[in-house]
Ligand binder design. Structure first.
Ligand code: ATP
Ligand code: MG
Length: 565
């Protein structure tokens, strides 16, 4: 801890500039209180993670508080499954909200009373225009609006009609309560926006207590104010709604005066970031579920093997901007690679096995070679790997007729088996289709541990497992879910740009025995292959299943180290 006052610290972004200025001006009694307000109509995605890190992170930085508030004002799309998953994801990311989780629906009575207040003040009226008429009367950017014929209803009539709306006397969509602001206002959101609509729908928390529901733009500022939120941080699409936010705050008897601040939402290349569309992928079975490891949801990323630390580091690196932009998904992949590089234990696994018989190795003998669990971190310890007469190497690590500069195995060539010894290929066996199905090799018993005593140079090193000891595993390799950078944009249906090769399931992989009992969710680097984690759903001790989190190679480390992104 430092004695530095938060306001004397340099601001990390424009939001902190605003907070510093507010603190310096003595606003909010020196408090900083933010909230994360998800609508429980889907699972959280990586875009939400940015908002979570920003809201919780900013509050923490100023010694303030951050609420979790479910914005459950739209009963038809919402579900407790989503509520539970959202709470779990926020906690998994490493944040704890202030007090209990809150719900906009807890304020329905107060929000209703605020509406009656507006009616009594002559600032809201019941309007009977149909949806088509309403939009015609509203005008557009070029054309000013026209007053609704119901705008001049008396306070008494409005109060009576609004109470009867609430009592369920009218059909869905037949009337709305509207703010009486200005039909000529240059900002369309200020042209008498709707505050309440009739919707005879069951709500996952309030049941059938209500048949009218408040609009988001009206319920949100009230919820913020009731909770004592000081800075209501939201994404840029709400910038044009800020005058309405402020109008609500100014025209209602509320205990606090929160301030809305907008920032640019996160967009990622090759990634869809809309709950509605992600739901479509799930419903149409284009992915297996919300937590399919190809999904950009937090539950999908978690199952894929992402760590909360990597996601937080990514959010930090992306920063907070005022203008929309799209971040290269490679930067997210870089973040997880950077994190796992430091702490994932190494292991040997062969994804597409090719049998190698070592002819001069004694039948029944087993050598146990010692391997470090991490090349740079001795505190992760070592383990013993069994070696025997038949091993598997990767099919890719052998070529019958290799090009020049091929350092891996080929007829007559010698390679190193990592941590074990040197082997030389003496013969190959083919099936009737002419495919190489087995190699015969000899080993050099003097090269135990991996190097020849005569100092001869052997460039190629392969990973391997002992056939008699290895455990069969399912391994899933993932590629991007979409083939285009901007799957949501353009005129094409996003479903037509799905990558048919986004999932490859290998059922005959072999892993070193120490991995057989890997705990679900445990993460490893399979040497030369990438970072993998034991699938939290399907992997069971004895029948392991691994997901590839990310490949080893990337083009980002150099750029990041050079301070580019
Ligand atoms: P979607 O468009 O994916 O359905 P949403 O904005 O409707 O997202 P909400 O549940 O309303 O989803 O979002 C909760 C909070 O997360 C809001 O404050 C919203 O601004 C923020 N948020 C949503 N998507 C992003 C994103 N891509 N980048 C940053 N913040 C986001
Ligand atoms: Mg929303």
């Amino acid at each position: 801890m430092t004695d530095e006052k938060p306001e004397s610290r340099p601001a990390a972004n424009f939001i902190e500039d605003i907070i510093n200025a507010d603190l310096a001006a003595g606003k909010n009694g020196g408090r900083v209180h933010t909230r994360f307000p998800p609508e429980p109509n889907g699972y959280l995605h990586i875009g939400h993670a940015k908002s979570i890190c920003l809201n919780f992170g900013t509050a923490a930085k100023y010694g303030g508080k951050c609420n979790l508030r479910f914005d459950d004002t739209n009963p038809t799309a919402e579900d407790v499954e989503y509520v539970d998953s959202i709470a779990e994801d926020v906690r998994w990311l490493g944040f704890q909200w202030h007090g209990e989780a809150l719900y906009a629906s807890d304020y329905f009575q107060k929000i209703y009373e605020c509406a009656e207040h507006l009616v009594r003040e002559g600032k809201a009226y019941v309007c009977d225009l149909t949806a088509e008429q309403t939009s015609e009367y509203r005008g557009n950017f070029y054309k000013s609006g026209k007053d609704s014929p119901f705008r001049s209803r008396t306070v008494e009539e409005n109060l009576d009609l609004f109470r009867r709306m609430r009592a369920g006397e009218f059909a869905d969509g037949s009337r709305v309560l509207r703010a009486k602001i200005d039909m000529q206002h240059p900002n369309l959101n200020m042209r008498d926006p709707p505050l309440y609509r009739i919707k005879k729908a069951h709500h996952h928390r309030t049941g059938d207590a209500w048949c009218i529901y408040p609009m988001y733009d009206y319920a949100h500022p009230i919820s913020d104010a009731l909770e004592g939120i000081t800075h209501s941080i939201c994404t840029l699409e709400f910038e044009d709604h800020r005058p309405l936010y402020d109008w609500c705050i100014q025209n209602l008897p509320l205990p606090y005066q929160p301030r809305q601040i907008e920032f640019a939402r996160l967009n990622l290349t090759y990634t869809l970031m809309s709950k509605r569309r992600l739901l479509q992928l799930v419903n149409e079975k284009l992915v297996s579920s919300w937590n399919d490891p190809r999904m950009p949801t937090l539950s999908g990323l978690r199952r894929r093997g992402y760590t909360p630390e990597a996601i937080r580091a990514f959010a930090e690196r992306v920063g907070v901007a005022k203008n929309d932009s799209t971040v290269d998904v490679g930067l997210l992949e870089f973040a997880i690679r950077e994190d796992l590089e430091k702490r994932a234990p190494r292991a040997l696994a062969v994804l597409r096995p090719l049998k190698v018989a070592i002819d001069n190795y004694p039948e029944g003998q087993v050598d146990w070679f010692e391997a470090p669990n991490h090349p740079d971190d001795p505190s992760l310890g070592t383990r013993k790997i069994p070696f025997s007469k038949v091993v598997y190497i990767e099919q890719d690590d052998f070529m019958e007729n290799p090009p020049k500069k091929w350092f891996r195995l080929s007829p007559g060539a010698e390679i190193r088996l990592r941590y074990a010894c040197l082997i030389r290929c003496t013969d190959i066996v083919k099936n009737d289709k002419g495919e190489v199905v087995e190699l015969h090799c000899t080993w050099d018993p003097a090269s135990r541990g991996g190097d020849a005593p005569d100092g001869r140079r052997v460039k190629g090193t392969s990973h391997w497992v002992s056939a008699a000891h290895a455990v069969k595993a399912t391994v899933r390799l993932y590629d991007r879910l979409f083939t285009v950078e901007n799957p949501g944009g353009g005129d094409k249906d996003f479903r037509s740009t799905l990558n048919p090769a986004s999932l490859e399931t290998l059922t005959d992989a072999r892993i070193e025995p120490s991995l057989a009992e890997a705990a679900p969710g445990a993460r490893f680097q399979f040497e030369r292959l990438g970072y993998f984690c034991a699938d939290a759903v399907d992997s069971k001790p004895g029948t392991p299943a691994f997901n590839r989190t990310v490949q080893l190679k990337d083009g980002w480390s150099k750029l990041v180290k050079a301070g580019k992104p």
